[in-house]
Ligand binder design. Sequence first.
Ligand SMILES: Cc1ncc(COP(=O)(O)O)c(C=O)c1O
Length: 381
Amino acid sequence: MKPASRAVHAGRELSARSPLAPDLSQASVHVYTDLDDYDAVARGERPGYYYGRNSNANREMLERAIAELEGAEAGVATASGMAALHGAILALAPKPATIVATRELYGGTAAMLRQDFEPAGYEVNFVDLGDLDAVRRALQGAGLLIAETITNPLCGVPDLEKLGRMARERGVPFVVDNTFATPLLCRPLELGATAVMHSATKYLGGHSDLVAGVIVGDAQTMSVARARSARTGTTLGPFDAWLALRGLRTLDVRMRRHSDNSLALARAMRAMPGVARVYHPIVDGPNRILPDGSGGMMAFDLDGGRDAVQRMMTRFKLVTFAASLGGVETTISYPEITSHRSMSAEERAALGVGPGTVRVSVGIEEAADIVADFSQALSHE
Ligand SMILES: Cc1ncc(COP(=O)(O)O)c(C=O)c1O
């Protein structure tokens, strides 16, 4: 099956008279009448469910679906994207080690590495993944490499294939945050990643109505991550898993529309007043890591900084400000006070994130309406 068809069907096992859409299994616990039966299920020797923190039918369905879409052996669904990344790091680098991470990284990930992993003895080395010599040097003796398919917020696209090869040659596990691209536009495991994580809160769910995360990879690593997630209680609740799977069914049509709309807006925005620079993964030409489009993420720098951003926001008719992304509606975010608020102004400036930087999550409305709204909101700048 092609990825579009997989998104529609992955993760379910239909038989005669089974519901076409999955039932929601909201129970926290299942009853048993036989101690040996319970024992066998709890040991994983017999199929079945016993306690919601350990296993749940909706969660497992979502895990199977994302694993299938990413081409992985198994997956683990967690209560958020951050729980997924935390679980992936501990599964791949269980003891303090040097973590090499992309310099241009989601601020929440950078904060977790600094505030949770460094105090536990890990060393974090932020490098420019475009500088392959620097990456080569950094990987020497490292315990983990972390990259994003499309960086947040400036939409750079590192060469995952070269990074994957370098990491593999040095025996360094490589985890990729594929949140912005989704498995419909990029499958990092095919390019050499060891594991992939998602904030399913974003495009996989797609409707701004759940918080969830998923990691996928080989069965052994995922079994370690699943056991720890159950022990530490980072497992995803049934209804959020149900919603995420429901969202996943339309992922292909949504990603096509997000991709078309973001490209149209990026092109139009270059001629809009006050726009100093536009960031979009493929507006300057195709990228072989993203041959089928890049999704809805883009950014721009507005002359006039925070005041100009505030003026633009008050003029929007369709676009709204919301500190997330990946929903059907077009939203903007302001990294200085949202995704990158844990960084100092100097750190943000070093990344190229300034007071005029606006991140856009381009939705699936009619492209002309999105372009017209930015155009009128910026017409006085
Ligand atoms: C690229 C990326 N990774 C991870 C996360 C964290 O996901 P969550 O909010 O579901 O924990 C986010 C959230 O904005 C993100 O943008």
